[in-house]
Design a binder for this molecule. Sequence first.
Ligand code: MG
Length: 366
Amino acid sequence: MLGALIAASPISLSAMDSPTRKASRSGRLNLRFRPYELKLRHAFNLARNQRTTTPGVQVEIEYDGITGYGEASMPPYLGESVQSVTEFLSKLDLSQFTDPFRIEDIHEYMEKVAPDNRAAKASVDIALHDLTGKIMQQPWYKIWGLNPEKAPNTSYTISYNENANEMRKEIEETAPFRVVKIKMGTGHDKELLETFRKYSDTPICVDANQGWSDREKALEMCHLLAEQNCLFVEQPMDKSAIADTAWLRERSPLPIIADEFLQRLPDVRRAAEAYDGINIKLMKSTGMHEAYQMATLARSLGMKVMLGCMTETSCAVTAAAQLSPLMDWADLDGNLLISNDIFDGIKIVDGKVTIPDRPGIGVIPV
Ligand code: MG
């Protein structure tokens, strides 16, 4: 369909018509990649670990003189690393593909090369979307027919900090946002909630990162949070505690959202059994192609849909933002949490996700 569009619409290509372009209409996809470590502005204190950096890999796919950018981000709990991503990407022979619009074929090929490797696959998927969007000279939200005005507010994430001054400073930094995501499950939840409410009356959402083990206590926290202007609770209990999560969902005054529980499209129906909604992330879904399918399936099942990210540069975060008009909530702050971003892209204006009006995924290297 898209292939037919490009062939039938030479006008949309006029700006890029050149002798080299004509000569390389039968060009091939050229994949490049390099490790790039992301430095966190504040240490992440999650229910199960602490860290100050996130390993990443930057990807470029060149075709016909046009470059598409992509990225893999590998927080340790997802099981991928610089080594596994570069090994996977080294196995790929994209030069066998002469049409960058064959995104589905390329995904099928990547699945045959190796299972899993979701962030690695996402990096290729994002670069292909950037490339094809640039060839069509349109951003992906337009190609999907989405209204950017419907993009939701994004939350900004904070976690417990035992240093009271630093905690206060982190809370003050949330002032421009209309929703704040609070990481809980560290054993300091009530203290953190109390401290936050001392300095801010912004609506919150809570991510327990599987940190609550007792369903009765989890329900008590849900009631407490509901009184404190909380919108939803993400992954309250262990991803394997399906019966307890379903029990909690039946009783909770707040929607219960799956994150660690699910990765890809086949997981969406399973999530419906115990959760009110899902958190879609490109690094879990193998990129934009499957993330779009997950969002539309979840909506058709009457579920809430949330769009998240890892700590990432503006490359992957802006790619995700293209999907944001489909979402009830967004948590697209990954680029704001790092100190060494190398792209310009998504902007948060008055708390709202603002997608750049640029072709592809909408980023330019800085
Ligand atoms: Mg989460």
